[in-house]
Design a protein around this ligand. Sequence first.
Ligand code: PEP
Ligand code: CO
Length: 462
Amino acid sequence: MPSLPVSSDDVTSAAPPSGEWTPDRWRDRPAAQQPDWPDPDALEAALAELRRQPPLVFAGEARSLSEQLAAAAEGRAFLLVAGDCAESFAAFSADAIRDKLKIILQMSVVLTYGSGVPTVKVGRMAGQFSKPRSSPTETRDGVELPSFRGDTVNDFAFEATARRPDPSRLVQAYHQSASTLNLVRAFTKGGFADLTRVHAWNQEFVASSREGQRYLALANEIERALRFMAACGIDLGTETLHEVDFWVAHEALLLGFEEALTRRDSLTGDWYDCSAHLLWIGERTRQLDAAHVEFLAGVENPIGVKLGADVAPDDVVALCDRLNPDRRPGRLVLFTRMGADRVGDALPPVLRDVTAARHPVVWACDPMHANTFTHASGYKTRRLDDIMREIEGFFAACDAAGVAPGGVHVELTGENVTECLGGSDEVLDEHLEERYETMCDPRLNARQSLDLAFRVAELLRR
Ligand code: PEP
Ligand code: CO
C-alpha cells in the first residue's frame, strides 16, 4: 500500500523553524505567468477549498516513480511522457481518456519490444490544464483581451467575460483530475492494460494504417511468446502482466494551486506536491531565483525542467545543484526542447557540463515545443519529420556524450485529429482544417504517435 500523506490540517499545524522550507515560501519570490485574479477573496476561497480536498496522489507512489526514473537515468528503463498540450473541461470524456491510454500503451509495448527495457509511462493527464503564454493579452480585429491561460484560469472563447480569470475553475480542475485519475487507475489496474489484451488497444482507424499493421504483427509475436511461456509452465497469472504502473504529470505553473495540494508525508515527514506524481517547470518559468524553482526545490516528487536551445550550460548545472543538491538519481528529468535545427549544436555543451558536474539526471527529449510554426492557413502546426529529426539529433548527442537517452515527451491524442503534418497516412497542408481540435499546441494523432514509437524503438535498438 502506498503511504498516506497526512490530512491537510497537518500542513499548517506547527510553525516551522525559521529557514525551513514551507509550501508558501515561493510567495516571497517573483512568480512569472500567474493570472491577474480580479477577486482576491474568491481566489482565497477556492484555495481554501482545495486545501480541504484529499491528495490526488500519494507520497509512496511518487517515490516509486523516482525509483523507475533512476533506472531511466542509467539506461535500464525508458521514459515516455505523453498526452494533451492542455486538457480541457469541454473535451472531458471516458472515451477520450481510454483512447489516450490505448495509444500510450501501444507506444510503450513498441518501445519496450525495441529497447528490451521497461517503459516508464507518464501521462500529461489528470491536471495538465494551465498554460504559460508568450503575451498576457491577445488582440483580434483591434480588440484586446487577456490571453487564454488554460481551463484552470479562464475560458477559451474570445469574449471579455469568458477571458476573465475565475478561481472556481481551480476547484473544477481538481475534481476533473480526480475523476480522470480514478478512471486511469481502474484501466491500468483493472485488466484493461493486461498484456494479453495487446490486440485490443489497436483502434480501428489505426489498424488500417501501415503502422497499425506493423503493430498487429508485433502484437501477434507477443501473443505467441506469451503462449510459449505458458506452455513452458511459466505462471502468467501474475500482477506483472495484468497491471501496469501509470503515472501522471503536469506543468507546476499555478503555484497557489500546487501549494494547496502540497502535504507532509506522514511516513518520512517530507513535503510532497500531491497534485501529480511528477511536476515540471516550463521553459518560461525556470529562473533560478524565482518562485517556481523555489517551490519545486522543496517538494520530494520527481521534478522535470524544460530546456530550450538558448539555455546556458552553467545555468543548467546551477538548476541541478538547486533542485537536486544531493544528486539523487531519479529526482530530476531534463527535458530538452531545442528544435530539429539547433539540437546538434545546443545540446552537447549542456550534456558535457551536467555530466562533468556528476548530476545523475534523466535526459529526455521534448521534440514538440521548438518545432512549432504557424502555417499559411493560420493553424499552428508541427511536422512529424522535424519532430523525428530532433529526436535523432538528441540520440546522436547522447551517444557522443556517453549518456543514456532516457526518454521522450510528446503531445498526442488517441483521436484521429489533423493537427500535425506528415506521417505515413500523410496529413497534408489542406487537411489541417478537417479536425483541428486542440485548445493549445498541435498534437500527434494516434497513427502518427505509433509511427513515432516505431522509429524511436529503432533508435533504441542500435
Ligand atoms: C508545454 O509542455 O506545453 C510547454 C508549454 O512547454 P515549454 O515550457 O517547453 O514551452
Ligand atoms: Co504544448
